[in-house]
Design a binder for this molecule. Structure first.
Ligand code: PGA
Length: 256
C-alpha cells in the first residue's frame, strides 16, 4: 500500500448471511473495537434486506455500507432485481460488482459488469469491481490473460473521472472460502499487473490513485503481510467479516 496516495480500505462481504437483528448486533459489538479508526476506510456489504438498517447503525461508526450487486435498469418490470437508485436510497455509498460467485453461479459477464458499473456511477455509487482467475486458469499460466479480459471488458468506455469511483478487488477464485490465501508475493504480482493494465486503460497517474483490494481467505493473521505489499491497498473479506472481532482485527492490521 502507498498510504500517501491511496487510503487503505477494508471491506466485508457478508454474502447471504445475517438478518436485520444480527446486523444490529454486529455493529453494537464493532463500535468499541473500531472507535477512532482513521487510518483506513471501513465498508460492510450486508444482504439487501439489511442495507437500510445497516446504514443507520453504521453511520456513527464511520463505516460505509455497500450492496453486493445491483441491476443496471433504473426501474421497470424486472422481477427480483434491485436498481442502483434503490441501493442509494437505502443509504449505500458502494456496490460490489462482478463478484466471482455472481460470475460462476449467476451468469455474470464482463458485459453485464460494465453495464452495472455505469448504472452504479449514474446513481452516485462507487463500484467495487471484482476480478480473478480460476484455479485451472492459474495452473494453465493464464492468470494475466484472464485479468486482462475482465478489466478490458468490465471497464470498457469508462472515462478518467469514472476511475475515481472505481475500486478493484483482485480475488483469485481458488482462494475464496478455501482457507488457501494467495501469498503476499503472488497477490502483489497480480496487483502490479492490474495497476499497469489500468495505466494503459486510463493513464499511469490515474492508475496510481485506484485502490486495488485483495480478497480470498483474508484473516487477522495474514492481513499484515498482504498490506505490506506496495500495490495492495486493502481487503475484501468474506468469512472473517461476519464476526465483529475478526473484522476489527483486520481493520487494525497495523496493531493497536
Ligand atoms: P473469503 O471470501 O474471505 O471467505 O474467502 C472473500 C470474498 O468472497 O469476497
Amino acid at each position: 500500500m502507498n498510504p500517501s496516495i491511496r487510503k487503505p480500505l477494508i471491506a466485508g462481504n457478508w454474502k447471504m448471511y445475517k438478518t436485520i437483528g444480527e446486523t444490529e448486533e454486529f455493529f453494537t459489538q464493532l463500535e468499541p473495537l473500531v472507535n477512532g479508526v482513521n487510518h483506513c476506510e471501513m465498508v460492510i456489504a450486508p444482504p439487501f434486506t439489511a442495507l437500510r438498517r445497516a446504514s443507520e447503525v453504521a453511520a456513527p461508526l464511520g463505516v460505509g455500507i455497500s450492496a453486493q450487486d445491483l441491476y443496471w435498469e433504473t426501474e421497470g418490470a424486472w422481477t427480483g432485481e434491485v436498481s442502483a437508485k434503490m441501493i442509494c436510497d437505502a443509504g449505500c455509498r458502494y456496490s460490489i460488482i462482478g463478484h466471482s460467485e455472481r460470475r460462476q453461479f449467476f451468469s455474470e459477464s464482463d458485459r453485464s459488469v460494465n453495464r452495472k458499473i455505469k448504472a452504479a456511477h449514474g446513481a452516485g455509487l462507487e463500484a467495487i469491481v471484482c476480478v480473478g482467475e480460476l484455479l485451472a486458469e492459474r495452473e494453465a499460466g493464464q492468470t494475466e490473460k484472464v485479468l486482462e479480459k475482465q478489466l478490458t471488458g468490465g471497464l470498457a468506455a469508462l472515462t478518467e473521472p469514472d476511475f475515481s469511483r472505481i475500486i478493484i478487488a483482485y480475488e483469485p477464485v481458488w482462494a475464496i472460502g478455501t482457507g488457501r490465501t494467495a501469498t503476499p508475493e503472488i497477490a502483489q504480482e497480480a496487483h502490479r499487473f492490474i495497476r499497469s493494465r489500468l495505466g494503459q486503460l486510463i493513464s499511469p497517474g490515474a492508475a496510481e490513485r485506484v485502490r486495488v483490494l485483495y480478497g480470498g481467505s483474508v484473516k487477522p493473521d495474514n492481513i499484515a503481510g498482504l498490506m505490506a505489499q506496495p500495490d495492495i491497498d486493502g481487503a475484501l473479506v468474506g468469512g472473517a467479516s461476519l464476526q465483529a472481532k475478526s473484522f476489527a482485527a483486520i481493520v487494525n492490521f497495523q496493531g493497536r
